[in-house]
Design a protein around this ligand. Structure first.
Ligand code: FAD
Ligand code: NAD
Length: 519
């Protein structure tokens, strides 16, 4: 056991690679890095599988799917899907999606890929050195000390995710507000709830909680889904209002009072952002049983102790600043990497896992035995430490900048990849936008009598390639990947002409795009 200070002296255990955080991103880093025979350990403070498995992607999608399925069936004559959801059955399905918040299945998987697991909170105490503290007396420490120092021969990868941000509203903290954790793990559905925020979590949870029977008020300081095309957010706003959600656009909470019955009263003021065409924000105070805060997430850097290696909080507050090989900038030597939400680059599971493949493979190729026959890195040369990788190299997270897809599981689904029209113009591109009403496509008319949706491509006219696409409509989630391939591949429109969409599918919009463009 180590007897000297954590930053020097012998370590309790040594591995080739230490991964801090066992969310989807950390798990993928570890899996890839271990494929060339490196010894890899994951340090996890809570449940192996991270936020995504237990309090984010999986439970939220389980809560959203029944309402989406009911709405889809309602548009098909003869199905007759109406009425309330079976709430206990929905919650039971959600519970099964989270394995009842039990990570033993993930532990088995980690063991099966030859990765070690240490439970506890990790902080960096020096170059390649990590101290792990087990705060929970029940933590499975296998008889090991509650504080242990791990050393990495080659690399430490931070994959610690993100935490919700609470706005500084008087009385809000005392109101014991929900964050996405409590919302996605809801057991007793509140009769009424106010959601502060108009982003992805707020919109998805507004549908889920309405479906479960809550009376929902959404307080959004600006338009909904502000990072997507404005017309996409407008479609979601219209749909929420049609469901009976009290949507207050351009309204912010200025104070929260806890009422004698345990409920909350929220005072509102205008934020100055437009509430909608010709609308003034409704600033009538709101009284609800619960408040859900959905005002964004911040990279989880605060426990990492990065001051020990000379990084200031100003350098880490907005995330660990990484280059395209995911190496943390501002750190001496070539040993600290980061991936996923903690980088502040893109906060989605799939993009974090893409980063994990980049950094995991880089480490595997640099330090492992690339002669291992099934190593994904066999025969591939990684860039030298400090050197810039080629764009689109296996060892560069290039797509983060140009082609990051996202699906928002609202009704309608809002899906997008690459540039919006505004961001493309801001980037100095000459673009032409083609937008098409999906209701005019034969494939949509046979899907549902009430199919409504819009799709758009943003074309860089200098190269005749698509640099961004947005699909809004039922099941748009499954249409996005074709656009992602077109954007990443830089496929010229003339070549796309030969990619013939099947009849009668909603994907025939690809033909309409090209016809509208003039092909
Ligand atoms: C409500 C909600 C719904 C979402 N839905 C989707 C979706 O449908 N699709 C999608 O792509 N994305 C979705 N996201 C985003 C997605 O959850 C994140 O992008 C993803 O979880 C990031 O993965 P990660 O591994 O970087 O971090 P996390 O999943 O947060 O995992 C980080 C892990 O690190 C551990 N950890 C942190 N600090 C330490 C430390 N110092 N020592 C040891 N362990 C530590 C944590 O306990 C955690 O297990 C959603 C997010 C929310 C909030
Ligand atoms: N389906 C998915 O892919 C999915 C689902 C949920 C969450 N996520 C990810 O999780 C992350 C967090 O989601 P989120 O919705 O919390 O963040 P977000 O950044 O999407 O939205 C934050 C919202 O809060 C508002 N806001 C910020 N500060 C505020 C303040 N002080 N007062 C009032 N309003 C304020 C913003 O205007 C915005 O509407 C996102 O980056 C998203 O990518 C992804």
């Amino acid at each position: 056991m180590a007897t000297s200070t954590p930053s020097s002296g012998p370590a309790d255990e040594t591995y080739d690679v230490i991964v801090i955080g066992g969310g989807p991103v950390g798990e993928n880093v570890a899996d890839r890095a271990a494929r060339t025979g490196l010894s890899v350990v994951i340090v996890e403070a809570e449940l192996l599988g991270g936020e995504c498995s237990y309090w984010a992607c999986m439970p939220s999608k389980a809560l959203l799917r029944p309402g989406a399925a009911r709405a889809a069936a309602a548009g098909v004559p003869g199905v007759g899907a109406t009425g309330d959801l079976d709430v206990p059955a929905v919650l039971a399905w959600r519970d099964s999606m989270t394995s009842d918040w039990d990570d033993s299945g993930q532990v088995q998987w980690v063991e099966s890929v030859g990765v070690a697991l240490v439970r506890g909170l990790a902080s960096v105490v020096g170059p390649r050195r990590v101290e792990v503290t087990a705060e929970d007396a029940d933590a499975d420490l296998d008889g090991l000390p509650r504080r242990r120092v791990l050393e990495a021969r080659h690399a430490v990868v931070a994959a610690t995710g993100s935490v919700p941000v609470l706005p500084d509203v008087p009385g809000l903290a005392d109101a014991n507000p929900w964050t996405s954790r409590e919302a996605t793990s809801v057991e007793d559905v509140p009769a009424s709830i106010a959601i502060i925020g108009g982003g992805v979590v707020a919109c998805e949870m507004a549908f889920a909680l309405t479906d479960l029977g809550s009376r929902v008020t959404v307080l959004s300081r600006g338009p909904l889904l502000g990072r997507t095309e404005p017309w996409a957010g407008d479609a979601v706003a219209e749909s929420l209002r049609a469901l009976g959600v009290d949507l207050r656009l351009g309204a912010g909470a200025t104070g929260v009072t806890t009422l004698p019955d345990g409920g909350n009263r929220l005072e509102l003021s205008a934020t100055g952002a437009p509430a909608g065409e010709g609308e003034v924000p409704d600033l009538t105070p709101v009284e609800v049983d619960r408040v859900l805060v959905a005002t964004g997430r911040a990279p989880r850097t605060q426990d990492l102790g990065l001051e020990a290696i000379g990084l200031t909080s100003a350098q880490t507050r907005h995330g660990l600043d990484v280059d395209d090989t995911l190496r943390v900038r501002g750190v001496d030597g070539d040993w600290l990497y980061a991936a996923g939400d903690v980088t502040g680059r893109v906060a989605t599971t799939h993009q974090g896992k893409y980063q994990a493949r980049v950094v995991g493979d880089l480490i595997a190729a640099r330090y492992g035995d690339t002669g291992v026959s099934d190593a994904p890195t066999a025969g591939r040369t990684p860039p030298r430490p400090g050197a810039e990788p080629e764009p689109w190299s296996r060892y560069a997270a290039t797509a983060d900048h140009h082609a990051s897809p996202q699906v928002v599981f609202t009704r309608p689904e809002v899906t997008a990849v690459g540039h919006t029209e505004a961001s493309a113009r801001d980037a100095g591109l000459d673009v032409r936008v083609v937008r098409y009403d999906l209701a005019n496509i034969a494939g949509s008319s046979v899907r549902a009598t009430d199919y409504a949706g819009t799709a758009q491509i943003v074309v860089d006219t200098a190269r005749d390639v698509i640099v961004g696409a947005t699909f809004v409509g039922p099941d748009a989630a499954e249409m996005l990947h074709a656009a992602t391939i077109a954007v990443v591949g830089g496929v010229p429109l003339g070549r796309l002409w030969h990619a013939v969409p099947s009849y009668p599918t909603v994907s025939e919009v690809w033909l309409r795009f090209l016809e509208e463009y003039g092909l």
